[in-house]
Design a protein around this ligand. Structure first.
Ligand SMILES: *Cc1c(COP(=O)(O)O)cnc(C)c1O
Length: 429
């Protein structure tokens, strides 16, 4: 692969990068949505990842096992349903840099955030605040507000919102350190993102965790935009818990079963938890006793027997990630998004501002863009792109997000995006 010093703005150069890309073959494992007789330039894997071709059959297999074996499929299916959630464990652990017992696939992201807070947000009069970022994803804000109220506190005083201190609203480590220095003693839990959904900023999980632990706070991360995008090394980060979804970069389908990490130091936690039979010690679960004994590790937070039809896509998707490897994907992603940023700066600097940090280590694959000029320009460009089969997404009030993913996007996609922006701009002048 050519280094970025050799960057050239033409389509030929983009195609040469694709031809030399050792991961390029993975694209053919996905259904790329059509645009007329062509394919979309799909840059929206940060919102809903594409369907892997193998997923359809994997779901059909479960339907077949249901029709053939019915209840016996719990033990006799090709992928027996009883231990089904454990079939994703190793690959999921590898993807997020965790020990196998630290991760579990269950529920949805926001539900898992609540389950984690039930155990890890144990406020006292002296220490009952939660630190979050001011522009946190709304669901996270609602979850944290409601948890604070559940314990009888007032979100107006118990939620401490970290404000962006850098241009474009990104947050420096110094700002995190300062707020912890000032308020750390009254903060019970810190909940921050791995990658911020609006700006695309990557957070340094390990440093934040160390800063917060030094003040006696529990630390949890929402990795919705991080998992499958950047390596997160959860175990080494030392954070107490993390939650994420699998329908974005993990390509497991709308509303896919989500992920949850509980650090090994809490494997035998006696913290209160909301319990269900699937979290009960597996060896005695079917004795149907009245007393809950948690399974050690993240599994102990499960409530219900898992939705098999919804887990099949995750199983398929994680196999793809296991073959590609998150470190190889990240290496390609750095080049691909670096190329997109370079091409924007070279070809359309008069049209687009990039809000995402410019340092490669502080961003994942997503670039957040703001259109220069009159207020309605952003929306107009976004709609033009869509009409040309170039799919990003729009976040109010004025941000276009584009996310070339390493698994299925090409350098040519980045080139076609910028080329389409150029055409739009030319047509307005
Ligand atoms: C996508 C996303 C969610 C969505 O929550 P669900 O429970 O999966 O609907 C929540 N938080 C963040 C930060 C997200 O990016």
């Amino acid at each position: 692969m050519s280094s970025m010093q050799e960057f050239q703005p033409g389509l030929e150069w983009a195609r040469a990068q694709d031809a030399a890309d050792e991961l390029a073959g993975f694209r053919s494992e996905f259904c790329i949505p059509p645009h007329g007789t062509d394919e979309q330039v799909y840059l929206c894997g940060n919102s809903l990842g594409l369907l892997p071709r193998a997923t359809r059959q994997a779901v059909l297999d479960e339907l077949d096992d249901w029709s053939t074996h019915a209840v016996e499929a719990h033990f006799r299916g090709r992928h027996p349903w009883m231990p089904y959630h454990s079939f994703v464990r190793e690959h999921l652990a590898a993807l997020v840099g965790a020990e196998p017992a630290e991760v579990v696939a269950m529920n949805s992201l926001t539900a898992n955030l609540h389950l984690m807070l039930v155990s890890f947000y144990r406020p006292t009069p002296e220490r009952h605040a939660i630190l979050l970022e001011k522009r946190a994803f709304p669901s996270d804000q609602y979850a944290l507000q409601s948890q604070v109220r559940l314990h009888g506190y007032d979100p107006a005083t118990a939620l401490i919102e970290l404000e962006g201190d850098e241009a474009e609203g990104t947050i420096s480590l110094d700002a995190v350190a300062r707020v912890l220095e000032q308020h750390g003693e009254r903060i019970a839990v810190v909940v921050l993102p791995g990658v911020q959904y609006l700006t695309g900023q990557v957070f340094d999980l390990k440093t934040i965790t160390a800063l917060a632990h030094a003040k006696g706070c529990i630390v949890g991360f929402d990795l919705a935009h991080a998992v499958g995008n950047v390596p997160v090394n959860l175990h080494d980060s030392g954070c107490d818990f993390a939650v994420w979804c699998h329908y974005k970069y993990c390509n497991s389908g709308p509303g896919a079963v989500a992920g949850c990490f509980v650090h090994a130091r809490h494997a035998h936690s006696e913290r209160p938890r909301l319990a269900g039979w699937w979290g009960h010690d597996q060896s005695t679960r079917f004795q149907m006793g009245p007393d809950f004994v948690p399974t050690p590790g993240a599994d102990g937070w499960q409530l219900s027997n898992p939705p098999i039809l919804a887990l099949a896509p995750l199983r398929v998707s994680l196999q793809i990630f296991a073959r590609a490897g998150i470190d190889r994907l990240r290496a390609k992603s750095l080049r691909l998004t670096g190329y997109l940023a370079q091409l924007i700066a070279h070809e359309v600097p008069q049209v687009l501002d990039v809000l995402t940090p410019t340092e490669p280590q502080r961003r994942g694959c997503q670039l957040s863009l703001r259109v220069k000029g009159p207020r309605d320009s952003g929306r107009a460009l976004y709609e033009y792109l869509g009409s040309r089969g170039v799919v990003g997404d729009w976040r109010e009030p004025d941000v276009i997000r584009v996310a070339p993913t390493a698994l299925y996007n090409r350098f040519e996609d980045a080139w076609r995006f910028v080329d389409t922006v150029k055409h739009w701009h030319a047509g307005r002048n």
